[in-house]
Ligand binder design. Structure first.
Ligand SMILES: [Zn+2]
Length: 327
């Protein structure tokens, strides 16, 4: 078993079997499968929210924060009950691009939600964070809850108990999708009544996989549907989808969504030195493919900038797609 698991104080005390259940998430890009969730909760006699808190230091471990050194972890509970009423848990951590300004950063809550979404979840039950979610993240989370409840769980330092507050309380008088007449929510169904087609005939399997992700990206305000795929030299692939936000700036770009998935990969972390510098893993990148429907909004230059910041050896492969109304 991976010896990284013993670095977490609370987890190092657990039995070998429990450690091995938790260890599974390192092999699954920060996803703890429901059968492991059930086994751990039963063995430790804790509920899923307590397990989410237990996993926050593990989530923080995935953080790459070379600028601020402020490591944040987040754990979300997927909505799908896959195993005896237990659902999967998805971890996320913050990511900062070294040598760029802080406003390109990916926040832990965005990373965890994106992890769940990219793994096929169509909603989340709750989210735990190692620090109170910032305003940017409250706005990001509101995009997937709208007026529906979404519990945000935080460790309550003083009483060592769980502090659980609904997003509606954390973001009163919210500006949300409805204010712009949008009935959709992040992680929900989109592109209804429309079809999404590539502008050129493509046989490249990797490009077609990225295209499939772009189809199910979320861009209700700009229609700038977009996805990004990163392929490493060893062949492994990581995908990201655009998650737009009604308040614009908290949107998660398709490129950053893919980078966040890459950063959650054990394979990357095992090659990452303790310093965890953001650019170190980029030497493993072989291809980066970007597919979008560029409207008045395009993420091409943004993706090129972020990629050139990570590596000079790879050029962004860019493909245009179109949204067409079905007859
Ligand atoms: Zn945040």
């Amino acid at each position: 078993m991976d010896n990284r698991i013993d670095r977490f104080a609370e987890i190092s005390k657990l039995s070998l079997e429990m450690k091995s259940n938790i260890n599974d998430l390192f092999e699954n890009g920060g996803m703890l499968r429901s059968k492991n969730v059930k086994a751990i909760c039963s063995e430790l006699s804790i509920n899923i929210e307590e397990l989410m808190l237990l996993l926050l230091p593990v989530a923080e471990y995935f953080s790459i924060a070379p600028i601020s050194s402020f490591e944040v972890g987040s754990v979300v509970q997927g909505r799908t009950n896959n195993f005896d009423n237990f659902s999967n848990l998805y971890l996320g951590a913050n990511f900062e691009y070294k040598n760029l300004s802080l406003n390109f950063s990916i926040h832990a809550e965005q990373a965890a939600v994106s992890n769940a979404w990219l793994n096929g979840e169509i909603g989340i039950e709750s989210i735990a964070t190692s620090a109170a979610p910032c305003g940017h993240c409250r706005q990001f989370l509101y995009e997937l809850s709208g007026t529906n409840p979404l519990p945000v769980i935080m460790p309550d330092e003083g009483s060592k108990s769980i502090k659980k507050v609904d997003i509606q309380i954390l973001l009163p008088s919210a500006f949300g999708p409805k204010q712009l007449g949008c009935e959709q929510l992040l992680m929900g169904k989109n592109l209804e009544g429309e079809s999404f087609v590539l502008n050129s005939q493509i046989d490249d399997e990797f490009v077609l996989l990225v295209f499939e992700q772009a189809k199910i990206s979320y861009a209700p305000y700009t229609k700038n549907y977009a996805a990004c795929g990163i392929q490493l030299k060893n062949g492994s692939m990581f995908f990201g989808r655009y998650a737009e936000n009604v308040a614009h700036n908290p949107s998660l770009s398709a490129f950053s969504s893919a980078v966040s998935r890459l950063a959650m990969s054990a394979l990357v972390l095992s090659e990452l030195p303790e310093s965890k510098l953001a650019n170190d893993f980029a030497t493993n990148i072989k291809r980066v493919v970007f597919v979008e429907n560029s409207t008045l909004s395009s993420q091409k230059k943004y993706a090129e900038l972020l990629l050139s910041n990570l590596t000079n050896e790879v050029v962004l492969e860019y493909y245009q797609a179109d949204v067409r109304n079905k007859k």
